[in-house]
Write a protein that binds this ligand. Structure first.
Ligand SMILES: CC(C)(COP(=O)(O)OP(=O)(O)OC[C@H]1O[C@@H](n2cnc3c(N)ncnc32)[C@H](O)[C@@H]1OP(=O)(O)O)[C@@H](O)C(=O)NCCC(=O)NCCS
Length: 189
């Protein structure tokens, strides 16, 4: 487990699959994801098997939030989404990150910012990366704001980099370089 203030990251389990099928079939959740067509339980089961063959540091994490305080003695964690490092380059020490929060009631509560802050901590502090970047649709204002709060800066634009709802749209590139990363400066609610 990797613990943040209000979240923890853990490995995916087969039992997560039904939640992914539910979330990724919701047009609002997948609006800015590279998933255009409906997804079946069998599709996700195949994804899970392929995922297990990835190098350990590219296997995704389930994002969980704590539902009760430890003092209450009945700590319970609830899965709300997934995140991962992708395409880790051993020479450049760079990687792409991605996340989605499938539980819509958890949007705009600072969890996306906290996940990204935790991935930066893990990427720079544990995996010895030098550059961590992401791609985000220009229209995904909530995502862009969350990534800025975590320390990502705008670095470029993939013109007409995506096609959604019958139109091309630009995709923004955002990144953090290790030298400019200051974990104490990150704003996490
Ligand atoms: C995008 C996503 C990861 C963001 O996570 P989150 O937990 O909702 O983000 P946070 O709460 O940390 O931050 C969102 C910020 O954007 C702001 N925001 C939300 N919608 C906004 C909009 N339309 N315009 C401007 N700001 C907006 C929020 O107010 C918040 O800022 P604040 O804390 O200063 O008030 C999450 O909503 C999600 O997974 N969405 C569906 C899948 C997806 O788009 N994944 C990302 C692909 S790159």
């Amino acid at each position: 487990m990797i613990y943040g203030e209000r979240i923890r990251l853990r490995r995916n389990e087969r039992s997560d699959i039904p939640k992914f099928v539910e979330w990724l079939n919701d047009p609002e959740v997948r609006r800015y994801l590279l998933i255009d067509l409906p997804i079946s339980q069998a599709n996700e089961e195949q994804w899970f098997e392929n995922m297990l063959k990835l190098p350990a540091n590219e296997q995704p994490f389930g994002i969980e939030i704590r539902e009760s305080e430890p003092a209450e003695g009945n700590e319970h964690w609830r899965l709300i989404g997934n995140c991962s490092f992708m395409d880790i380059h051993s020479t450049i020490r760079s990687a792409e990150v991605g996340l989605f929060i499938g539980e819509k009631s958890c949007w705009n509560k600072g969890y996306g910012t906290e996940v990204m802050s935790l991935l930066l901590e893990l990427g720079f502090g544990t995996m010895n990366l030098n550059r961590i970047f992401l791609r985000v649709d220009e229209a995904n204002k909530g995502g862009i704001r969350a990534y800025e709060k975590a320390g990502f800066v705008y670095e470029g634009r993939l013109r007409q980099g995506t096609f959604k709802d019958g139109e091309y749209a630009d995709v923004l590139l955002m990144s953090v370089i290790r030298a400019e990363w200051n974990p104490k400066k990150q704003v996490v609610r």
